[in-house]
Design a protein around this ligand. Structure first.
Ligand code: ATP
Length: 388
């Protein structure tokens, strides 16, 4: 097994812009690190550079602290998992799995032993004599993963290995993958554009946007404490509501409103000490999970009025899309709570904003100025106060 370091790695394709603008990250031994980001962010480029399939324009790649930047793919001893379409259709599952071992001239007994062990883990023992066309999509994908795992590689590189599967199979593969990673104790660099995949499977997520790293953090930290507006809106389902913050200053006190409705006021509660300027542009971020529908007679500060734009029923939760003077806001509620409120399109409705659950971003830089404070001193998660 191995650790992996990427140091100021950059890639500019011929005649193109910088696909990767100098990124640095470390993957610890036996860690699963996910490269997450939108289409074109530079995720696959990063993986191909690490694999040695592309030449870096700048920077270095170190495996076990040895500079491998100039090494051939073979010398790097990495295993890459592509999607299921990379299987040889004319070979049996067994021969597909044996292929990388035969190339490395392993003896027949060793090949059989390795395949038996991997097949057991992936639960494909009964499929070894079949051809890929005789397997379901999920089984094919497991074989594709198995073909990488039979090799004892220093590090496994995976490029969206389960993104072509249907939703149900993806959910199962996510769980299987977590168990696999534990069983194999493998170092993994995994590319995905699916936040659910990254959130559920990663030890740490590297969020990439336009060839640059936005943030590197454990999944929960990325959700709780996004360092940029991009990170805040990319992670979270439904996505965070982002509104223009109406900020007024009177005698050192900042007053924050949404569509004219007072959310909170105070000297530094909003900025956590960072200087704010009333004439600067800010964005306020509210997670749909942190908003609470307000009782009709609740007139305390933090109440925002609006009208029902749409109601989405998810089965276990309900989402209200509410039109306010400050913009459209989505509120996620329990089914029980939803029942106590109007759902007819155009009906008046209100929600409450708990000031502790407000994120604030600098509109010009996109940096987070204030994180929501929903953990108490002991680090326990708080939930917004429900209407009394
Ligand atoms: P996706 O999720 O869509 O696969 P990605 O994050 O993996 O996206 P990359 O494939 O790394 O993105 O591409 C990053 C940028 O580099 C894109 O703008 C892409 O068009 C460009 N690019 C990738 N490969 C090449 C190439 N061979 N020649 C020129 N430009 C390329």
């Amino acid at each position: 097994m191995a650790d992996l370091q990427i140091d100021n790695l950059g890639k500019t394709f011929k005649g193109g812009h910088a696909a990767l603008a100098g990124i640095s990250l470390d993957v610890a031994d036996r860690e699963a690190v996910f490269l997450l980001g939108p289409s074109g962010a530079g995720k696959t480029t990063t993986l191909r550079l690490v694999a040695g399939l592309e030449e870096a324009t700048t920077g270095r790649i170190l495996i076990n602290r040895r500079d491998v930047t100039q090494w051939t793919p073979r010398e790097r001893n990495l295993a890459m998992v592509y999607d299921k379409h990379s299987l040889f259709p004319h070979l049996s599952v067994f021969e597909n799995l044996a292929y990388p071992l035969r190339i490395r001239k392993l003896g027949e007994a060793a090949i059989r032993a390795r395949i038996a062990s991997v097949a057991e883990t992936l639960q494909i023992e009964r499929l070894l004599e079949r051809r890929p066309a005789q397997l379901s999509g999920g089984q094919q994908q497991r074989v594709a993963i198995g073909r990488a795992l039979v090799r004892e590689a220093d590090c496994y590189l995976l490029d969206e290995p389960i993104s072509h599967l249907d939703a149900q199979l993806r959910a199962r593969m996510r769980v299987e993958f977590k168990r696999l990673q534990r069983d194999f104790r493998a170092t993994m660099l995994y590319v995905s554009h699916d936040q659910l995949e990254a959130m559920t499977m990663a030890d740490r997520i590297v969020l990439i946007n336009k060839g640059k790293i936005e943030q590197i953090a454990a999944p929960q930290v990325l959700f709780d404490r996004p360092e940029t507006l991009f990170a805040a809106t990319f992670i979270g389902e439904p996505p965070m509501n982002v509104l223009k913050a109406e900020l007024a200053e009177t005698g050192g006190r900042f007053v924050l409103s949404i569509g004219g409705a007072l959310i909170g006021a105070g000297a530094d509660w909003l900025s956590a000490g960072a200087p704010l300027a009333a004439n600067r542009g800010y964005r306020i971020g509210l997670r749909p999970q942190h908003l609470v529908l307000a009782a009709p007679d609740d007139s305390r500060p933090g109440r925002v009025n609006g009208t029902v734009f749409a109601v989405e029923t998810l089965g276990s939760r309900t989402i209200f899309d509410i039109e306010t003077a400050g913009g459209m806001v989505r509120v996620m509620t329990s089914v029980d709570e939803a029942r106590r409120h109007p759902r007819a399109i155009g009906a008046p409705i209100a929600f409450r904003v708990d000031p502790d659950f407000v994120y604030l971003f600098d509109a010009a830089t996109g940096r987070t100025i204030r994180q929501a404070r929903f953990t108490d001193e002991a680090g326990r998660q708080r939930v917004p106060a429900r209407p009394v």
